[in-house]
Design a protein around this ligand. Structure first.
Ligand code: ATP
Ligand code: MG
Length: 441
């Protein structure tokens, strides 16, 4: 499709000349005489470039520009102006005109200006396309699921992405809390600013304060230079406080102060540094219980959990398991260069019935490993490595009940990455019972 150009001027000779020239250059040209007819043409049809005279008898080029901004936001507007009205031309640029040409216009310059306007528009479109792709790949589009519970989570994320309200993401391990945090950042107005994740449980308590709030040179042994800290690094963007339940009580006080004052006090500094940071925090812990036990400050909780969003466990949304499993399998197959088309019936039955204590992360691990092992186009239950599936197990293997129980406990512990409270919950026994059993394994 050729590029459509609308030319508006008072002067019929000028219109005829521009039309002839631009058609020779291969553009589809429409000429309109006078500003009022020009505005009508702007409204009537799509245009790629609108070339308009600035001073006309009835309606001026500024009004054509205004109509174009309103009705044809994708079109590029070029103004033609006599030398005397340069001030207005500059004003027009400020109002969104792309460029201006000084009269008498040279035909070569018209071509150059139009080519540049089109190139600018192409680049902008390319940028928008890339941004949409980044958002689809890293943002909300990466959170998969068609179940009602996931729909509700997506709804909540969309509803609060534009605001600065602190969000607390709750959910078991592997339910997608970090994924949701990144999606919130990318869906909001801070998307071009930094997203800074901090794992509050992974940094030693003695270093955490300086790590978060920064420090002056010589503030403590080893502080050989001044450092800004993660809060300042995240300035204008988002700070993601992961595993907030692991934040030591002393630091909870300091974090509360920073949140209340919108400022931080670097270690070794007397002054406050003002900040503009959106806070997202996450934990797999039961904060209500921690507050009850005096391990987490209630005032801080209310500051961080202005909007609490709970990510559902995978077993609460078994309908999403086939979708997620296929998604992971497709990715793995592509990386491995294998032609894997799906799962056999027994494999799918096992997956939809499994409790998934490690949630989506566990599902990713299981399916990726199965993709490596799979020999045919379909992943079988044996590929999934589920030693309890009698369908896939070796017929000669007949474990005793005791052996089976030990195997099962070991497996659940393994899947819970050694986290006894989680394993105990999955097994339906108390932590003490589990500990007793582990001793004799
Ligand atoms: N709804 C989902 N759709 C697609 N992938 C998901 C979804 N939820 C989680 N994942 C994937 O599962 C893995 C674990 O997710 P993530 O790290 O966000 O979990 P988490 O809740 O932060 O876990 P943890 O508490 O263990 O840190 C990631 O690879 C993530 O991409
Ligand atoms: Mg996480």
């Amino acid at each position: 499709m050729s590029v459509r150009i609308l030319v508006i001027d008072d002067d019929a000779d000028m219109l005829a000349m521009l039309c002839r020239h631009l058609e020779q250059e291969g553009f589809a040209v429409t000429t309109v005489r006078g500003g009022a007819a020009g505005v009508a043409a702007v409204r009537a049809e799509e245009w790629d470039v609108i070339l308009t005279d600035l001073v006309m008898d009835d309606i001026g080029g500024m009004e054509v520009l205004a109509a174009a901004r309103e009705h044809r936001p994708a079109a590029r507007v070029l103004l033609m102006t006599a030398f005397g009205s340069l001030e207005t031309a500059i004003e027009a640029m400020r109002e969104g005109a792309y460029d201006y040409l000084t009269k008498p216009v040279k035909l070569g310059e018209v071509t150059v200006a139009i080519t540049r306007a089109l190139e600018d528009r192409r680049l902008r479109r390319e940028n928008e396309r890339l941004r949409a792709r980044v958002e689809a790949e890293h943002g909300i589009g990466r959170i998969l699921g068609e179940s009602k519970v996931v729909e509700a989570v997506l709804e909540q994320i969309r509803a609060v992405a534009d605001s600065d309200a602190p969000v607390l993401l709750l959910g078991e391990s592997g339910t997608g809390k970090e994924l949701a945090a990144r999606a919130l950042h990318l869906a909001g107005p801070r998307r071009a600013e930094p997203f800074v994740p901090v794992n509050c449980g992974a940094i030693p308590e003695s270093l955490l304060e300086a790590e978060l709030f920064g420090h002056e040179k010589g503030a403590f042994t080893g502080a050989d230079r001044r450092r800004p800290g993660l809060f300042l690094t995240a300035n204008h963007g988002t700070l993601f406080l992961d595993e907030i339940g692991d934040l030591p009580v002393t630091l909870q006080v300091k974090l509360l102060r920073a949140v209340q004052e919108h400022a931080v006090r670097p270690v070794g500094s007397a002054g406050l540094v003002p900040l503009d940071v959106r806070l997202i925090s996450a934990t797999h812990r039961d904060l209500a219980q921690m507050i009850h036990d005096g391990q987490f400050r209630e005032d801080l909780y209310y500051r961080l959990a202005v909007v609490p969003i709970r990510l559902p466990a995978l077993r609460e949304r078994p309908d999403d398991i086939p979708l997620l499993a296929h998604h992971v399998l497709d990715g793995a197959a592509r990386r491995l260069g294998k032609a894997l088309t799906g799962f056999d019936e027994a494999a799918m039955t096992w997956m939809t019935g499994h409790r998934w204590p490690g949630n989506v992360r566990e599902l990713e691990n299981v399916v990726e490993r199965a993709a490596v092992l799979a020999k045919g186009p379909l992943v079988t239950v044996a590929d999934l490595g589920t030693e309890f599936s009698l369908a896939g197990g070796m017929p000669s293997l007949r474990p005793t009940l005791d052996e089976l129980e030990s195997q099962y406990i070991r497996r659940v512990l393994d899947e819970s990455r050694g986290d006894k409270p989680t394993a105990a919950r999955v097994l339906g026994v108390s932590v003490r019972t589990l500990q007793r059993r582990v001793k004799v394994l």
